[in-house]
Design a binder for this molecule. Structure first.
Ligand code: GMT
Length: 376
């Protein structure tokens, strides 16, 4: 099938999922066209089956805000016609589902029927989408998609709670391509470059937005390092980073906290980590937690949103109430203080990640594609 994928090309989870999905689809013989404003960060190689079409937005002084949706919907129409794209799969409702709806209508006027599949990822529903400024347009775009998928049961509930939804919503979990993680054993995992033999490595990866509760990450680590030798790797970038760096300095632990910025080498960082922290205010799924588990790293997280569907309390890590950094630190220390226990948690984390292997998830998307194509 010829599939157009629309996503954010950045480090955010929705873009990562869209990119990995496109790569996997291309390996199965589908022709995939990424249509967005930059080459997606995890799309490191184009191939015969993978194409990237850049959406340009011309600067014009009259516009206080440049009209990206307009440029995107025009580009979608052009690419569907040029490459005979049979289906559009848009990730993150705002503004992608809206632009795809417009493209669909323009194509219909020219006698071309292209189904639109919308995948909702989290903040497009829980934080941004439900704001009165966007709600009506988001609701409309969801209800006018040919199929709607969400990445967890929790996000499905939130979507139904926050919007007047007339469409069936299908849960398709995020996934992991183990090829990347299993290849990262031994030599690549050079712990020695980062930490001493008897030191634990704790990691947090995110876009450093307020929803990630970066302060809590520092708080939890502060408590852990009082009990054992440990280092914290902070991976990613965003508005909360400066505050976190200042807080680490104020607490006198900045020599133990490394801010690495954005990285495409997430697997390499996770494979040398002992524990992953994700104390988010809300998380529709927590792709970073799943990536940690795929790299045999147990997870200390909050119990919000879809996290309990990914992180199994007492097995793959622990879940605590949002903001309860004392409990999170206590659970982290429990896992880290005993080598044998740490290995048990690592093994269970890895085993649980197998439930989200790409081979199980990809056919679910393909089934949705077949369904909407048949309905055309
Ligand atoms: O984590 C973020 O804030 C980025 C955001 C995005 O849309 O890129 O992530 C959301 O989508 C991910 C992929 O489906 C989910 O794993 C994240 O849980 C979700 N983030 C939130 O719900 C806060």
């Amino acid at each position: 099938m010829k599939i157009g994928i629309v996503c954010y090309p950045t480090y955010g989870g929705s873009g990562v999922v869209a990119t990995e999905l496109g790569i996997a689809l291309s390996k199965k013989g589908h022709e995939v066209h990424f249509i967005t404003y930059n080459q997606p960060v995890r799309l490191n190689a184009l191939s015969n089956n993978i194409h990237f079409h850049e959406v340009f937005v011309e600067e014009y002084p009259l516009f206080h805000y440049q009209p990206y949706e307009l440029a995107l919907s025009s580009k979608l129409v052009a690419m569907v016609k040029l490459h005979n794209i049979e289906l559009l799969h848009v990730h993150y409702a705002i503004p992608h589902a809206y632009a795809a709806y417009m493209a669909k209508q323009m194509l219909k006027a020219d006698g071309i029927d292209v189904p639109v599949v919308t995948t909702l990822h989290g903040t497009d529903i829980t934080l941004v989408g439900s704001h009165p400024n966007y709600k009506k347009a988001v609701e409309f775009s969801i209800n006018h998609s040919d199929a709607v998928t969400v990445v967890s049961e929790s996000l499905k509930k939130d979507t139904i709670r926050l919007f007047d939804i007339k469409k069936e919503i299908k849960v398709i979990y995020n996934f992991i391509d183990f090829e990347k993680y299993d290849a990262l054993g031994g030599d690549e995992c050079l712990r020695g470059n980062l930490a001493e033999e008897d030191e634990r490595i704790i990691t947090h990866i995110s876009n450093f937005r307020p929803v990630k509760r970066i302060d809590d990450v520092i708080d939890i680590f502060y408590r852990i390092q009082q009990k054992m030798k440990a280092q914290l790797l902070m991976v990613g970038d965003g508005p909360e980073r400066d505050g976190a760096e200042k807080k680490a300095m104020k607490l006198g632990i900045s020599n133990r906290v490394k801010f690495l910025g954005n990285s495409v080498e997430i697997g390499k960082i996770l494979c040398l980590s002992d524990l992953f922290l994700l104390p988010s205010q809300t998380e529709s799924f927590g792709l970073a937690a799943l990536e940690a588990m795929a790299a045999k790293t147990p997870v200390i997280s909050s119990n919000s949103g879809g996290l309990p569907e990914v992180n199994i309390n007492g097995e793959t890590g622990f879940l605590s109430d949002v903001g309860d950094t004392e409990a999170m630190a206590k659970n982290a220390i429990y896992i880290l203080e005993d080598d044998k226990r740490l290995i048990e948690f690592k093994d269970k984390a890895y085993a649980n990640a197998q439930n989200f292997v790409i081979d199980k998830i990809l056919p679910q998307y393909e089934a949705v594609y077949r369904e909407v194509k048949a309905g055309c």
